[in-house]
Write a protein that binds this ligand. Structure first.
Ligand code: GLA
Ligand code: GLA
Length: 700
């Protein structure tokens, strides 16, 4: 069965320290000792101890070394290294080792290899070349899981299971016949009858009506420039996330049957530009959430990281989560792999900690000499221990221990006043190639809002659409394209009860089947936001003489998308209009509209303003919502607070600028980097890439 049936959230469980050790922030990374001669291992452990490393993720890509031939097990080397690590006080996050099947398996069973939309096979040569719906592959993988669990069930040094690795990174979409059968089954479970599928996918369009589930095929090649049925495509993305999740759950359950007390996780890839899986849905299926995050080079570096970490915290529902991987410096998989600037290795890790991570991991411990990742930075670089990277790694280890000593563990990220909603399914739906403009996808808008809010001194929480955004003072729905009846009602109830909502263009266009709400946009919540949009006016410059921007009366400019707002509700207040040539039909039209609904208020932003335009418009918008006081930080810093028991607070302050910033210290300094304490010791001068963490106690 492919569709996941266990939608209930698993109870939160966190890996416990090795016997005799006190709880620390977990610190370490992926460790691949089988890529090195054993005489390197003792040196690894010496360097790990020196860096305060207390965990490693082990065996992720070791299947070929653990099961060198079918049914022949070689645990000896793994036993030796786990023993060495454990005796040195370093705990093991042990992989199921199933991420990359060995050549003997795929040679014997090429039918486990996934196929692309044209039917081409993904051959071995890299990793993750398996199809999630192959019963044969599942048998082999589960055999390995059981063997690992049996062999290590009583090992005192293993503290967690690391199931698989970044599911879907390379095998998200499989179009094979196995996938086809599983997709048919998934549709049967979701819809019950073929006519319900027809209805959902609107198959009367272009003569696609099906009479039997066997006629359902994955969205395979349809010819270049043609347009796939959007309902089917959206469901195939849902199915693909579910198929991998079902595979993960089978592995998880095989392990858990033998080691029921061992907490387990799998590493997600939450960032502002990744929607490979529906990670919010996956968040229910792990004991603790873990994430891999790689920095965005350039000016968005800090903000994007904070955004992604906040979204991860939202997926974890504010329970502690594990930063499983990040990089000490350059990655190897972009066209140009920028290194980190001095200070960023420590600063970046600390942003994740500020946002709720109680564990910091890197890919990887020792940089590889050979293989596809030999140019990827690591904790011990190719240059060796006499290097800035390794010195930074040691400094970070000391800082994390200081935070633990100061009592950070057990604290949670304070709930912000403002929630910015992100929705994986809206992103998937807006990726379709037949939309008003290909320049607009869901995911850029939440990041723009998060950054614009920072620019006016508000650190928002990024909250998944299924999360508790209706518990915040203010919620932003930024191009949340899909709004089901239930979500529309949730928004209505929230605002009616006194909530403040900011809703943008391209929100609430369709229901969860991507059937468009009728009668004017945003169809299911027009009453709440008090506007009626008759059509869209996309902007662009791909033809000579087309209009690429339009000015607003508040001094900002719209790009890419303008809503043609033809009427506003009685009592609604127009905060900004368009100023344009009369013949375009946009001049004088409402652009930003404030409304009152029940006990609450809304602001509708009917165009794409970008980060700067949003930041410039926000003071008026917040004022209209009655929350002009939402800002509580200097826009030059990112400020995040973790609250512990009995009123203990940790304020993390990061410099967002390229110059020095002076800020008051919220309490006693715990750790800092690139920071000088100034004044009478009550202020901090933070350099670019620097940060400070201050603790205040209720008695302060
Ligand atoms: C062609 C087709 C129509 C429709 C239009 C849309 O003309 O014949 O079915 O798809 O394009 O522009
Ligand atoms: C992913 C993988 C790692 C490694 C890193 C490199 O996160 O999980 O195995 O390939 O990317 O950035």
């Amino acid at each position: 069965m492919t569709r996941t049936t266990s939608s209930a959230r698993r109870e939160f469980r966190w890996p416990q320290p090795l016997a005799g050790n006190k709880p620390r922030i977990w610190y370490g990374g992926d460790y691949n000792p089988d890529q090195w001669p054993e005489d390197v291992w003792d040196d690894d452990i010496r360097l790990m101890k020196q860096a305060h490393v207390n965990f490693v993720s082990l065996g992720i890509f070791s299947w070929a070394n653990i099961e060198p031939e079918e049914g022949v097990w070689n645990f000896a080397w793994l036993d030796r290294i786990i023993d060495k690590l454990g005796k040195a006080g370093i705990a093991v996050d042990l992989a199921s080792a199933t991420a990359s099947p060995p050549p003997w398996l795929t040679s014997a069973h090429p039918e486990v290899l996934w196929q692309d939309y044209r039917g081409d096979t993904c051959w071995p040569g890299a990793r993750q070349h398996w199809r999630p719906t192959s019963p044969i592959f599942r048998d082999y993988a589960l055999k390995l899981c059981r063997a690992m669990a049996e062999h290590y069930k009583d090992n005192p040094y293993v503290v967690a299971w690391h199931v698989g690795n970044e599911y879907g990174c390379h095998n998200r979409f499989d179009y094979s016949d196995d996938a086809m059968r599983a997709f048919q089954e998934w549709c049967r479970e979701r819809y019950g009858t073929i006519d319900a599928v027809n209805d959902a996918w609107g198959t009367d369009f272009w003569s696609q009506r099906m009479t039997d589930f066997s006629q359902i095929i994955p969205p395979r090649f349809i010819g270049d420039g043609n347009f796939m049925n959007p309902g089917k495509l959206l469901d195939f993305k849902r199915f693909s996330s579910d198929a991998l999740k079902a595979f993960y759950e089978a592995e998880r359950d095989a392990l858990a049957e033998i080691t029921p007390d061992m907490p387990l996780t799998t590493n997600f890839m939450v960032s502002a530009s990744n929607s490979v899986m529906n990670y919010d849905d996956w968040g229910s299926a792990v004991d603790f959430v873990s994430n891999d995050h790689y920095f965005t080079p350039g000016e968005a570096h800090l903000d994007e990281m904070a955004y992604a970490a906040s979204l991860t915290d939202g997926i974890a529902r504010k329970n502690p989560w594990w930063l499983m991987e990040n990089s000490t410096s350059a990655v190897n998989w972009r066209p140009i792999n920028y290194r980190k600037e001095p200070g960023q290795t420590v600063r970046d890790a600390m942003v994740h900690v500020a946002m709720g991570a109680d564990a910091v991991g890197f890919f990887q411990w020792r940089q590889s000499r050979a293989g596809a990742e030999k140019f990827h930075s690591s904790m011990v670089p190719l240059a060796g221990e006499d290097s800035q990277v390794y010195r930074d790694v040691c400094a970070l280890g000391r800082d994390l221990d200081r935070l633990a000593d100061a009592g950070l563990l057990g604290s949670r990220v304070e709930r912000a006043k403002v929630a910015v909603v992100f929705d994986y399914e809206s992103q998937w739906a807006t990726e379709h190639t037949a939309t008003p403009t290909q320049q607009v996808r869901h995911w850029t808008e939440p990041l723009d809002w998060f950054r614009a809010l920072l620019d006016v001194g508000v650190t928002a929480d990024v909250v998944p659409v299924r999360g508790d955004w209706d518990k915040y003072d203010v919620v932003v729905l930024p191009s949340v394209y899909l709004l089901s009846e239930a979500d529309s009602e949730r928004l209505r109830t929230y605002v009616n009860g006194g909530g403040r909502a900011i809703v943008t263009y391209a929100t609430g266009i369709s229901d969860e089947r991507d059937h468009i709400w009728l009668g004017g946009f945003p169809g299911s919540i027009r009453d709440v936001v008090g506007v009626r949009v008759e059509e869209f006016a996309p902007l662009g410059d791909d033809f000579p003489g087309t209009q690429s921007s339009v000015e607003l009366s508040n001094g900002t400019a719209a790009h890419d998308w303008v809503d043609v707002i033809t009427s506003v509700a009685d009592g609604a207040r127009v905060l900004a209009t368009y100023e344009d040539d009369p013949w375009t039909g946009l001049d004088g039209m409402p652009a930003i509209v404030a409304n009152e609904f029940g006990k609450g208020r809304t602001a509708y932003v009917g165009c794409r303003l970008g980060r700067d335009g949003l930041a410039a418009s926000l003071p008026d918008v917040l004022d209209a919502l009655g929350v002009a006081d939402a800002a509580d930080a200097d826009a030059k810093v990112l400020r995040v607070v973790r609250e512990g028991e009995a009123g203990k607070r940790f304020a993390f302050l990061f410099n967002r600028t390229r110059g020095k910033v002076t800020v008051p210290l919220d309490g006693e300094l715990v750790i800092s980097s690139k920071t000088a304490v100034v004044g009478d010791g009550d202020a901090a001068e933070i350099e670019p890439n620097g940060f400070v963490v201050a603790r205040s106690l209720p008695t302060d």
